[in-house]
Every structure is written in C-alpha cells, then in structure tokens.
Design a protein around this ligand. Sequence first.
Ligand code: ATP
Ligand code: MG
Length: 442
Amino acid sequence: MIKRFIRRVLGLPSEPMQRVPRERHGIARGAISPGAAKVCSVLREAGFGAFVVGGAVRDLLLGIAPKDYDIATDARPEQVKPLFRRALLIGRRFRLVHVMLGPETVEVSTFRAADPETAEKDEHGRVLRDNVFGTQAGDARRRDFTVNALYYDPATGEVIDFHGGLADLKKRVLRVIGDPETRYREDPVRMLRAVRLAAKLGLTLDAATRAPIRKLAPLMERVPPARLFDEMLKLLLSGHASACLRQLREVGLHKGLLPLLDVILEQPLGERFVTLALAQTDERVLAERPVSPAFLFAALLWHEVLAASKARRARGEHPIPALEAAMDEVLDAQCEKLAITRRLTATMREVWTMQPRFENRSGQRAVRLLESPRFRMAYDFLALRAASGEVPAELEAWWRAFQGADAETRKAMLLPETAPAKRRRRRRRRKRAGAAESPAAA
Ligand code: ATP
Ligand code: MG
C-alpha cells in the first residue's frame, strides 16, 4: 500500500513492470484469433514488437471469447500498412491501421505517449489532443484501467503487466490507472466505461475508482454527443444493460447525465416497459441474436413521447399531429446531448407512428399495415406495450394471429369498418383538397 503510494507520488507506475510466463497466466497457445496471430507474426518478422492488448487480453484471462482484437506495436502506421495486402489507415487526428484478414478486422495502433503535461486540455482538465507516439510503458499508462493495460506477446507467450492488472483480475477488481479524479477529468467517458465494464465482467469497482464519480458526473455534459452515443450504445448492447443502468444509478452517474437516462430511471409509468425492453435486449444479445438499436432507443423514449403527446391532446391538438410534434420534441431534447444517428431516428419515428395504426383492425388499412416493411419491428414494439400492460393483451394476440393466418382466415378476422372512421377519412381528404372545413367538424 505505502509502496504503491510512494510510486504514485514519484509518478511511477504503481507496480513495477512484470513479465508473466504462460504457465502463470493461463492464456493457451492458439487461444487468440488467426487474424490477430497473423498480424503479430508479420510485424515481428519485419522487426517490430507486436502485442495483443486491451479488452481481448482481459477477456481471454477471464475465459470470455473476445469480440475483437487490438494490437499495439512500436511500428508507425505508415510502416504497418505496406506489410498487409488489405489494410486501411483510419482516423485523421491519430491514425490507426485496420488490417482485414478473411472475415476479421484487426486494429493495429502505434504505442502512444502518456504525457498529460503536454496534452492539450480544456479548463476542466479534459484532454483535447494527445497524439504523440511513445513507448510501451507510456502506452500502458494512458489506458484507462489496470486490467485493460495488459499486453500479450504471442511469440514468447508472456503477458506484460505494467500496473498490476493480473492481480486485480484475480481479485476481480476494476481499478483506474493513476489518480482517478485526474483520469476522469481527462476523459469523463471513463466513468461510463467503468460502470459498463464492471457490470459486463462482474468486477467490483475499487473504492478509489468509484468515489469521485458522483461528484464528477456533471462533466459528462462536456462530452461530444456523438461520442456519448457510441458509448451508450456499447452499454445498452453489452448484454448487461439492466445491470449497467442499475450501477449507473448506484454510483450517481445517471442524474442530469443525459436526458435519456433520467427518462429511463425516473419515470414510474414507463419503468415496467423499459425494464422489459432492456431484459429482452440482454437476452437477445447473450443468445447472439440480432438486436436493433433503433428498436431499443424507441422503447427507451416511448413513454416520454406518450406523455408529450398526451399533454398536447389535452390542449386540444388532434391525435396524429400531437404524436408527430411529441416525437420532434423528445428527439430534439435527446439529441442535444446524445447524438442518435439520423438513420436510427428515422426508424424510431416509423415504429412510433405505426403504433396508433394497430388500433384499426378493419378493412384495407389493417392489411396495408401488415404489408409495411417495418411491420415486424412495429409489431414487436406492440407486443412489448402489451406485456407492460399499456395496451390490452387481446390487441397483440389479434395481430399475432392475423399475421400468421392465411388470406381466407385474415378476411374473416377483419372487423367491420366503422362509420365514424369513414367520415373522418372523407373529411381529411376534403381538407387536403383545400375545401373549407364543414361546420360538423368544428
Ligand atoms: P470491449 O470489450 O467493450 O471492447 P475494451 O476495453 O476492449 O472493451 P475498447 O473501447 O475496445 O474497449 O478499447 C480498447 C482499449 O483501449 C481498452 O482496453 C483500453 O486499454 C483503451 N481505452 C479505450 N477507451 C479508453 C479511454 N477512454 N481512456 C483510456 N483508455 C481507453
Ligand atoms: Mg475492444
């Protein structure tokens, strides 16, 4: 403890660097993907050092199959690229190389220096630019957690551990490298990563790593919305979204952090709906079935949209325009902080707009809804609304039966057209044609 403190005061890594042989860490020969192995051996033959680093090493040590591989090397990007037939230079500010090998894309980055003194920062300590190449030790120091700063050398079978990450993994502790408050100020997203990784990997946040989060939570406001969106998406699609959101609440990161999280965690009305949506997403991710981010975001914001549209209807707006305006309102507020991509918001709108149309079970309109390209997603959404008690289970059951039935049965299932619906339709058509509104409509 004292030794660690002294090393920290002297600006040294909290533990001396260790080289741990294969027998003591347990990553098997051949455990890494063929692509990662190939990239490392090609770099090594060209005279460079090459190590698997970050999440992949951590996951292998925990017995989890890594979802992708990052390689760290002392070769510069322009030295890496020509060594591979299919490789791309990525990023303007800090270039990486993506090497494509069969179905795999392996990310290769050059060791970066960790010199917070020379890095450009804003007035809260947030690092704006740190694009200097450096040594392996420097590269380790600028990583976020001790368990993420482990380097595996496939050639020697050693794990190189600069910050006691192996011991932390054994204790199942997630610990920030260096002084937590400083590291969070440099990049507030690390707070979100702490929560996500702890929930996903079943690790406990070390006390010092956890302590400053509540106080520093407002710094999240300064993170660019597009970056926040990427990290939130990772969190929501981690397979542990429910656990993550519980943890965010426990460490005090949800409040005022982003409108989305306030919505999710603090609305009693939608809580059941959101809980179901998250549980369903986690289940699908863990079963390796596809999940649609648009569906998930649509679910997370649905009760906000409902509330806004209800308020508008109470002020006398017609249901359809009220829903349209409510969607705009909610998405505008949301996207100010969290840049949900336009492709996603377009799908979200479609799924939302289709919901009132499920109430109509007569004639051509029901058939047309069924034929719409987004029917499946919109129906799944309806099923979630039914499961949470928002709409009658019978409505969902009808649509389930209707889509599974043959043409003949469908015809028999359709409810008779109701007179008021017809009148409304005619009226709208006349309005669109520019006719004066009839006195009956006023
Ligand atoms: P996942 O399994 O979710 O991919 P990961 O740890 O691999 O988790 P990545 O975003 O892929 O996360 O990042 C790769 C590595 O880059 C991390 O393991 C860490 O060493 C480093 N890293 C990522 N984000 C940060 C950050 N904000 N600050 C410092 N280091 C980071
Ligand atoms: Mg990763």
